[in-house]
Design a protein around this ligand. Structure first.
Ligand SMILES: NC(=O)c1ccc[n+]([C@@H]2O[C@H](COP(=O)([O-])OP(=O)(O)OC[C@H]3O[C@@H](n4cnc5c(N)ncnc54)[C@H](OP(=O)(O)O)[C@@H]3O)[C@@H](O)[C@H]2O)c1
Length: 268
């Protein structure tokens, strides 16, 4: 009882609501997704909620996420939470709010996608501020989230941490031309963080797996808005195939980087 009151008091001091897990039905697979307001993250919310799963869908600006709000209105298992993955205090507050909620799949999807002008320029055009921001969002963000939510994942049935990486961060398979310095380096750093983490997750029974979503027709350079990029797939296909991979993961996939469509292991 004392612990409960202390927790409630701490939450009130943090200005958080008390509807802890209000819509999360017990006994169902529970997922927490970052960057759930658009693109791949939003499609994950759509497909996972259609399975009847509990989805804690996080977004930087929930008030500006009409499609996510519509999904939450349609599916009682979808709960929207505000979260910026660079905000350590915000991450800690959310982890405290859900401290008694097992999370089967921690889905680390949020990313700073290369639509910024310097992404398409060689060395002279590299933007060092964007490079630092990319490292914060794409590499440190998932590591911060993994640490804060490890107890919730460890307490669950599935015990999976799924991280959306990119072939752009692979030395072996990234495009052989000089662009996207900021993004590629941040994803390579992400891969190494997760590769390293995977050495300590087996003793907790947790599987950490990186996925490549393919080249997906999501965020675009505003100049290309409305134009389908050649060679891209639609978000429904990417997420549908990634979900098939996620469904088949076993502890043997801990520390691997897998392709969305054929489960092929992508070399670092
Ligand atoms: N699309 C592709 O072809 C492709 C290929 C390889 C890998 N990926 C990876 O797949 C993931 C999703 O990509 P996407 O195509 O869906 O990108 P997207 O459409 O640009 O969506 C990115 C998401 O990340 C969120 N985000 C950005 N910074 C954040 C922060 N600091 N804290 C929390 N959320 C933040 C965005 O929120 P806001 O709306 O608030 O900005 C948005 O919800 C990314 O990790 C990306 O690198 C994508």
């Amino acid at each position: 009882m004392t612990r409960l009151l202390t927790t409630v008091g701490a939450l009130l001091m943090l200005g958080l609501s008390l509807d802890i897990g209000a819509a999360l039905a017990p006994g169902k697979t529970t997922v927490l997704i970052t960057g759930a307001n658009r693109g791949i993250g939003l499609e994950y919310v759509r497909q996972m909620s259609e399975r009847g799963w509990n989805v804690i869908a996080t977004a930087r600006k929930p008030g500006e996420a009409p499609e996510l709000q519509a999904l939450a209105a349609k599916h009682s298992g979808v709960v929207i939470e505000q979260l910026d993955v660079t905000d350590q205090a915000g991450i800690d507050a959310l982890a405290a709010k859900y401290q008694d909620q097992p999370i089967d799949i921690l889905l680390l999807n949020a990313g700073l996608t290369p639509t910024y002008p310097s992404a398409f320029k060689p060395l002279a055009g590299v933007d060092f501020d964007i490079a630092q921001q990319s490292f914060e969002v794409n590499a440190l963000g998932p590591l911060r989230m993994s640490r804060a939510f490890m107890p919730h994942v460890t307490a669950s049935d599935k015990k999976q941490i799924i991280v959306i990486s990119s072939k752009g961060g692979s030395f072996a398979e990234s495009p052989k031309f000089p662009m996207m310095y900021e993004y590629r380096a941040s994803k390579a750093a992400l891969d190494m963080f997760m590769y390293t983490l995977a050495f300590e997750t087996p003793k907790k029974g947790v599987t950490v797996t990186l996925l490549s979503p393919g080249q997906v027709n999501t965020a675009q350079n505003p100049a290309l808005a409305g134009i389908k990029r050649p060679g891209t797939i639609e978000v429904e296909e990417s997420v549908g195939k990634m979900l098939e991979v996620i469904d088949t993961l076993t502890p043997a996939d801990n520390g691997k980087f897998l392709n969305y469509e054929d489960r092929r292991e992508i070399p670092w």
